[in-house]
Design a protein around this ligand. Structure first.
Ligand code: SF4
Length: 340
């Protein structure tokens, strides 16, 4: 088993429509609480060794003491920290100490960042709910590249992205990057994601994207495989006891936990209204360790409903939506069809 702990040290500058963790403007965790949290977790990390790692969410750069947090993290628990690198750039670009932060990323061997675009300026800003979103993301790419940070771009596939493929083409000529990817958003049963469904791309709309990619010699093999296998009709046609057994048995052997800004420790993914285990102020490191060791995988668990609670018959009775939407995995598709 692999164990992942998400420590919520600060909120986001955006509240993206496609966000399955319901990210937004949240309070920060005080630096002294962060120190307490790491001191409590360090013996747990050491016992679990490399099977346990943690990351800092949602956007570390919103924390006034981001620099100290990074320094402390690497001094104390370097081997267990996972730097996800995602940024909207909005907080980072306003910081006076941004050069120092980037120097630390280089020093600690994490000189990379992930920037996500949803389409041209109007559509991107609408999805992330921030009028500065698109322009700042472009500036951030240029700034990071000039400072020697690797820039990875994600293009989140939606109706908007398809409408704005010319803008994406222009973007690829305007800003520096080390690599880029087209990504099919997942689905989790949250209000935000239900609203985002109207922008999800249907199976019949994908050839436009394939043409765009093929004309530019962009490898489309992985996306094509997902579109073929994970559209609603194909998944429903494939459903059988064996298919579902195989799907549940092959759930990644990972369990997610989170620590919120008040040091509450939960079993469950960041976005999930997950199960409270206790507060790190009250739990001993040994109790934290035991609760982690008892955990079952929860990779496919969501906020309100859990696929594993449905019988095979209930899942066999599902029908496709009016659109034949495409998902990155089976779980996303089943969640939506259960909910619609
Ligand atoms: S997608 Fe990322 S930046 Fe956007 S709201 Fe969610 S956590 Fe925040």
């Amino acid at each position: 088993m692999e164990y992942n702990i998400d420590i919520l040290v600060a909120g986001c500058n955006t509240s993206c429509q496609h966000c399955y963790v319901n990210g937004g403007y949240e309070k920060i965790m005080s630096f002294s609480d962060y120190q307490k949290c790491i001191q409590k977790l360090r013996p747990v990390f050491e016992k679990l060794n490399k099977s346990c790692s943690f990351t800092l969410d949602n956007e570390l750069y919103n924390h006034p003491q981001a620099l100290e947090i990074l320094q402390f993290t690497h001094q104390e628990v370097h081997d267990y920290y996972y730097h996800h690198g995602s940024t909207t750039g909005i907080a980072l670009m306003k910081r006076k100490d941004k050069d120092d932060i980037l120097s630390l990323l280089v020093k600690y061997g994490t000189p990379y960042a992930g920037l996500t675009f949803h389409g041209g300026k109007k559509h991107h800003n609408e999805i992330v709910h921030n009028e500065q979103g698109f322009d700042v993301l472009k500036e951030t790419a240029i700034y990071l590249h000039n400072k020697g940070i690797k820039v990875f771009l994600s293009f989140m596939i939606s109706q908007y992205l398809i409408e704005d493929l010319d803008a994406i083409d222009q973007l690829l000529h305007e800003i520096p990057y080390d690599d880029f990817f087209f990504v099919i958003p997942n689905f989790m049963p949250t209000t935000r994601m239900i609203n985002y469904q109207k922008l999800r791309l249907a199976h019949e709309d994908y050839p436009i994207l394939f043409d765009f990619m093929d004309q530019r010699h962009i490898d489309s093999s992985e996306i094509k495989k997902q579109v073929t296998n994970f559209n609603e009709k194909k998944i429903l046609a494939s459903l059988s006891e064996e298919y579902l057994k195989d799907f549940f048995e092959n759930e990644p052997k990972q369990a997610f936990f989170k620590v919120d800004q008040q040091l509450n420790f939960y079993y469950g993914n960041t976005g999930a209204t997950s199960q409270l285990i206790g507060n790190l102020n009250d739990l001993t490191s040994e109790e934290i360790l035991q609760s982690i060791l008892q955990a079952k995988p929860n990779y496919y668990d969501s906020s309100h409903i859990h696929l594993k609670n449905y019988s095979y018959d209930q899942l066999f009775g599902l029908t496709p939506s009016d659109k034949n939407y495409v998902y990155p995995d089976i779980a996303s598709c089943l969640y939506y069809l259960l909910l619609k």
